[in-house]
Design a protein around this ligand. Structure first.
Ligand SMILES: [Cu+2]
Length: 153
């Protein structure tokens, strides 16, 4: 082989080497990230309740949660989740039709919850921050008190 061919072989070898060094870990990270997205054991079972006779009754009730749950000073639930994880919500309405909606612009989750039928909603927590959840269907007195928060850490 002449020198030019050796040089070519050397350049190709270097390129392959660089792809192996930088490319494989990059692909591995992407692959892992994609595997994790959407696959989750985080499960939260929530009931929506608003007794029309009582203006203080509108609330989201956490029946069961595999994630840590706290409460703010007026007893609204706060759910904590790690960034990159997904939460699977099972939602049910105790009395009338409610709406489970994120009030953040850009998050298109707004689901009607009809009594007697569990609604499954998945939320992929890809960005850290606070996410407010409201009731998007006017359910009478107490409607504006139906607040809940998700904190992505
Ligand atoms: Cu409601």
């Amino acid at each position: 082989m002449n020198n030019r061919k050796w040089l070519f072989a050397e350049v190709v070898a270097w390129i392959l080497f660089l792809i192996a060094i930088f490319g494989i870990p990059f692909l591995a990270i992407q692959f892992r990230y994609n595997l994790n997205a959407g696959v989750s054991d985080n499960f939260v079972d929530i009931s929506a309740r608003n007794d029309e006779e009582d203006k203080n009754s509108g609330e989201w009730i956490i029946n069961k949660s595999t994630l840590p749950v706290g409460y703010d000073e007026i007893n609204n639930p706060i759910i904590y989740v790690k960034k990159g994880e997904t939460i699977k919500f099972s939602l049910n309405a105790m009395d009338q039709v409610h709406g489970f909606a994120f009030s953040e612009p850009g998050i298109e989750i707004d689901r009607e919850i009809i009594p007697g039928k569990a609604e499954i909603v998945e939320f992929y927590a890809d960005k850290s921050g606070e996410y407010k959840i409201i009731c998007s269907i006017n359910c009478g007195l107490g409607h504006h008190g139906m607040l809940m928060k998700i904190i992505v850490l």
